[in-house]
Design a protein around this ligand. Structure first.
Ligand code: FE
Ligand code: FE
Ligand code: ZN
Length: 276
C-alpha cells in the first residue's frame, strides 16, 4: 500500500483537510499544527475531529505527518525562544492526542553559534521536558540539509539527539530527500549505500516517514531549496527508486514541492503510477 499526500492547510479544520486530501488523490497528508510562523493554534473541535477520524478510517488513510512551525528552535541560545519551542511542542502534542497514533515532525533546530553539541543537548532537553509516557504520538526528527547552523545535518547528529532522549519509544526520524541530498548523501547513485548508512547509524526501524522533494541544488550544497518532482537535481528516476525501495515500503510519503493543489494532484498521480 502506498500512502502519499502533500501539505494541506489546517485553516478549516480536520474534516476539511481529509476531504481536501481525497480531492488530491492522497491517503495521508501533512499539516502545520499552527501558523508556520508560530502563534496560537486553533482549539480542537472534537466533532470535527470525529468526522475526520471516520473519513480517514473509511478511506484507509495512513499515518498523518504533522509539522511543527518551522520557526520553532528548540536549541536557540535565547531562553525565551527555547521557552516558545517548549510551550509550542507541549501544546501541539496535547492536541495531537485527539488524532491518536500519528506523527509529529520537527526541525531539530539551529545552534546559532553555540556549537552542535550544545544544540543537540538543548533540543534533547526540550524533548525530555515535553514527551509523556502515555502519549500515542511519535515525534520525528527531520533530516536537515545543514544550512546555517542546523543540527541534524547528518545521520550521526540525529543519532546523538535520539540517544539523549529518555522516552526512546516516542521518537523516530523523517527522511527528507531534498535535505539528505543537499546534506551530501548521494541518493541518486547510491540509495542502497545511503540507507545502509542510515541503518548502521540510526537504525531503519526508527525511520517513520519520507518527505519527497526534488532539490534545486547539487549534492552536498547545504541549501534546502525544494523543487518539483523530477524537475531538480535529484530527478524522477531517483524518486522512483526511493518510492519503490523494499526497505521504505509502508512509510507515509509527503510532498513538500513548490506546487498549487493541481500540481500536487498531478505529482500524486504520477508517483502512484510509478509505484510497483
Ligand atoms: Fe520540514
Ligand atoms: Fe521536509
Ligand atoms: Zn526543506
Amino acid at each position: 500500500m502506498l500512502y502519499i499526500g502533500s501539505h494541506i492547510s489546517a485553516a478549516k479544520g480536520y474534516e476539511a483537510m481529509g476531504k481536501q486530501a481525497l480531492k488530491l488523490g492522497a491517503n495521508t497528508f501533512a499539516f502545520f499544527t499552527r501558523n508556520p510562523r508560530g502563534g496560537k493554534a486553533k482549539e480542537i473541535d472534537e466533532e470535527d475531529v470525529g468526522r475526520f477520524l471516520a473519513l480517514a478510517k473509511e478511506h484507509s488513510f495512513g499515518k498523518l505527518v504533522a509539522h511543527a512551525p518551522y520557526t520553532m528552535n528548540a536549541c536557540a541560545a535565547k531562553e525565551d525562544i527555547r521557552r516558545f519551542a517548549r510551550e509550542t511542542m507541549a501544546d501541539d502534542l496535547r492536541r495531537m492526542e485527539y488524532t491518536p497514533g500519528n506523527y509529529y515532525n520537527f526541525h531539530p533546530g539551529s545552534h546559532v553559534g553555540q556549537g552542535s553539541d550544545v544544540g543537540m543537548a538543548l533540543t534533547a532537553e526540550i524533548l525530555n521536558e515535553t514527551l509523556k509516557p502515555e502519549q500515542t504520538t511519535t515525534v520525528l526528527l527531520e533530516t536537515m540539509s545543514g544550512k546555517g547552523s542546523e543540527i541534524g545535518r547528518n545521520f550521526e547528529e540525529l543519532r546523538k539527539i535520539l540517544d539523549l532522549v529518555e522516552l526512546q519509544d516516542k521518537m523516530g526520524v523523517c527522511l527528507d530527500t531534498c535535505h539528505v541530498w543537499d546534506g551530501g548523501y548521494d541518493i541518486v547513485n547510491d540509495l542502497d549505500g545511503t540507507l545502509k548508512k542510515f541503518d548502521e547509524t540510526i537504525g531503519l526501524d526508527r525511520l517513520k516517514a519520507i518527505h519527497m522533494n526534488d532539490s534545486m541544488n547539487p549534492l552536498g550544497s547545504h541549501k534546502d531549496r525544494h523543487e518539483k518532482i523530477g524537475q531538480g537535481k535529484i530527478g524522477l528516476k531517483a524518486m522512483e527508486e526511493v518510492l519503490n525501495h523494499p526497505k521504505l515500503q509502508g512509510l507515509p510519503v509527503i510532498l513538500e514541492t513548490p506546487n498549487d493543489d493541481a500540481g500536487w494532484a498531478k505529482e500524486i498521480m504520477l508517483l502512484r503510477s510509478l509505484h510497483r
